[in-house]
Design a protein around this ligand. Structure first.
Ligand SMILES: [Zn+2]
Length: 272
C-alpha cells in the first residue's frame, strides 16, 4: 500500500513537469472508490497548478476549474508520460495535457480521483478532515504527541496508525519508528512519558525522512511517476524480519498482530 513517503516521492516525480500544463482530455476507466463528481468537459483547457500533498492525498489544482484530489488506494500508482500508450486493463484515469499524460494505474481500484471546487470545498474538505499534523510540520513534536496521546488506552502502535495525531506513520514506518525510539508497540498510548514522546516524534520524522530519501518502500510494486522503485525496505530494522536477529542486540525479532496488522519489534530493545 503506498504510504506517505511513496505519495510524496510520486508528487516530486511529476509536479514540476505538469505545473503549467493545459488539460486537453480526460478518460475514465472502471469506477474507482468514489465518482469523479464533475463533467470532464468542464476541465478542458484548465491550467494545472502546483501539485500539493496532504497525508496520502494529492491535490492537483486546476485554476478556476477547481481541482482533483487523488488517492492511490491500496495498489495505485501515477505515471506522467510524454507518450500516450493505449490504456491497459488497470488504467482507470487518464488526464491528457499538452505536456504529457497523467495516468492512474490501480488494479484493486481502491484509489480515487475526486473533483472539488477548492481544497476547502466539499467533498474534498470532508475527505481531508480529521487528518493529523504532517510529520515535517514543526508543530509536530513531543509536546504535541504527548498531549494528543494522553488518556488513550489503545496501544501506541495503533494510536500512530490512526493518523489523527500525525499522518504518515503507516504500518512499516510505525514499526520502524517505535524500534528507533525503543518503545514496545503494545504500550498503552496514554502511558508514554513526555521524554519518550520527544524520542518518538523525532523517530517518526527521521524514519519518514529516510524513506523519502530512499525513494519510498517497494513492498510489492510501488513505482514513482517515472517507474523508479524505492529502496527503503533494505534499511528496515524490524519490519518483515520475524525470527531474524535484531541488528542492535541480536535478539530474535518478534511478529505480533495488532488491529489485524502485523507488528514487528525487538523484545529486548523496545520497552513498555
Ligand atoms: Zn534488539
Amino acid at each position: 500500500m503506498p504510504e506517505l513517503p511513496e505519495v510524496e516521492v510520486t508528487r516530486r516525480s511529476f509536479a514540476a513537469a505538469i505545473e503549467g500544463a493545459r488539460v486537453t482530455g480526460l478518460r475514465l476507466g472502471k469506477p474507482l472508490r468514489w465518482p469523479l463528481g464533475v463533467d470532464p468537459e468542464t476541465l478542458l483547457g484548465a491550467r494545472v497548478g502546483a501539485v500539493q500533498r496532504r497525508g496520502k492525498y494529492l491535490w492537483l489544482p486546476l485554476g478556476a476549474a477547481g481541482g482533483l484530489l487523488m488517492h492511490l488506494g491500496m495498489s495505485g500508482s501515477l505515471a506522467f508520460l510524454d507518450t500516450t500508450p493505449a490504456s491497459g486493463a488497470h488504467d482507470h484515469f487518464d488526464l491528457h495535457t499538452d505536456r504529457g499524460l497523467l495516468r492512474l494505474t490501480d488494479p484493486r481500484r481502491f484509489g480515487a480521483v475526486v473533483w472539488g471546487a477548492a481544497l476547502e470545498a466539499e467533498p474534498v474538505a470532508t475527505l481531508l478532515a480529521g487528518l493529523g499534523l504532517e510529520p515535517f510540520d514543526e508543530r509536530f513534536d513531543g509536546l504535541h504527541l504527548h498531549a494528543a496521546l494522553s488518556g488513550r488506552r489503545v496501544a501506541i502502535k495503533q494510536a500512530l496508525l490512526a493518523g489523527d495525531i500525525v499522518v504518515g506513520a503507516g504500518n512499516i514506518y510505525a514499526c520502524e519508528a517505535l524500534f528507533m525510539a525503543g518503545i514496545d508497540p503494545r504500550l498503552a498510548a496514554g502511558k508514554l512519558s513526555r521524554p519518550r514522546a520527544d524520542k518518538l516524534a523525532l523517530a517518526v520524522r527521521t524514519v519518514l525522512g529516510r524513506a523519502l530519501e530512499a525513494g519510498g518502500t517497494t513492498l510489492r510494486d510501488f513505482r514513482d511517476a517515472h517507474g523508479v522503485a524505492g529502496s527503503f525496505q533494505m534499511q528496515a530494522q524490524v519490519y518483515g524480519r520475524e525470527g531474524e536477529s535484531c541488528r542492535r542486540c541480536g535478539t530474535a525479532i518478534r511478529r505480533i498482530v495488532q488491529g489485524q496488522r502485523s507488528t514487528f519489534f525487538c523484545p529486548s530493545c523496545q520497552k513498555r
